[in-house]
Design a protein around this ligand. Sequence first.
Ligand code: SF4
Length: 470
Amino acid sequence: MLPEIKGLNEECGIFGVWGHVDAAQLTYYGLHSLQHRGQEGTGIVVSDGKQLKGVKGEGLVAEIFTTEVMKELTGTSAIGHVRYATAGGGGYENVQPLLFHSQTSSLALAHNGNLVNVNSLKHQLEAQGSIFQTSSDTEVLAHLMKRSGYSDSKDRAKNALSMLKGAYAYLIMTETELMVALDPHGLRPLSLGCLGDAYVVASETCAFDVVGAEYIRDIRPGELLIINDQGIVSEQFAVSSTKAICTMEYIYFSRPDSNIQGINVHTARKNLGKRMAVEAPFEADVVTGVPDSSISAAIGYAEATGIPYEMGLIKNRYVGRTFIQPSQSLREQGVKMKLSPVRGVVEGKRVVMVDDSIVRGTTSRRIVKMLKEAGATEVHVVITSPPIKNPCFYGIDTSTKEELIAYDKSIEEMRVLIGADTLTFISVEGMIEAIGRKDGEGTSGYCLGCFTGNYPTEIYPDTLQYYYQK
Ligand code: SF4
């Protein structure tokens, strides 16, 4: 069953090391820097060349991997995962990496993304005798590999990966090799680096900086990398059809110090803000960004308009993320605890409030209200993504269609609901131009599914049924 969807949430983060004496420790630091991608569960599996050993738990990286736990994780290779529950929901059994033992070898899997044909694959596999340990979509790859009939692990992986549809960045580790795979559209970011003679792989390049690794390149769509003690080999398991990196990685999910396919995330966000200075120029006294993900864009807007950037909103860093709260009322309380307006900055001022997206509208309404209660005379809301009108099937929880405020409301209706004086969303063209990747023409190269309803992959009926019949 697919998960209950709450709001705009990150998916997961993965990190892997091959050939380093401190593999587990490096993975700990790498996962720590990817913690923004998932806070519900985390795990590390290490290989000492003879066996795989794993530790996982529900909680943050620093909570699960105590000094005592880390002492047990000895080996020269490791993969790790931070999880936000997407397909399959939460629970300890779904925390990754998943670890499988058979009489001949072991296999560990870490996955970022969401498969859109998982139900049909599970039906087929169950009909052939498979029994699943988890309700997560990740596990199907292990069953497909085991049943593929090929003797060589690379061929097993290639054969199994070619059956998957949707978004997937996979780390697959056995005692003797680490395989790295990215779906044929390259929906999720995944990069390769090195640290001396060791190879490092991460969802975001910020993890390389933390461990002192050097960035080599991004994994190509449809590519399978095989890393072992003999070196590294690259093969294509699928032809890259249409490249379609998730646009929201640039706008919201990734850390500003990460680079995705050659574009620094902070710079992309700043350019989105600059673009909004052209698409939504207002006469105002201050520009403020909703912390943290919209600060770069607010700085860009301020730079381009000449209106001073100010810290009009302060984030309380010691409050858990609002979307973790289970009910609507608790979630709203969470927003209040998390953000505070700075009265001295906004009182008596016309404020441009820059934010990255509007999902349900609840958070925007609360922030506008806070700014007005703190004395702002006008609040102009500037959003650096186009309206999110459609659900995401690729591992981002954007809500069911009916829960999305933009699904059936005009911009004017949304403005009234959130209580702003004006509300402007960036255009799709403006967004693409501002992010500025050079490898696509126009909108090609990006996934725009949640904005336009045009998804890069086929969406299977059982997946659609879940999202539209809730
Ligand atoms: S549908 Fe939206 S959130 Fe999902 S992968 Fe595409 S751009 Fe990203």
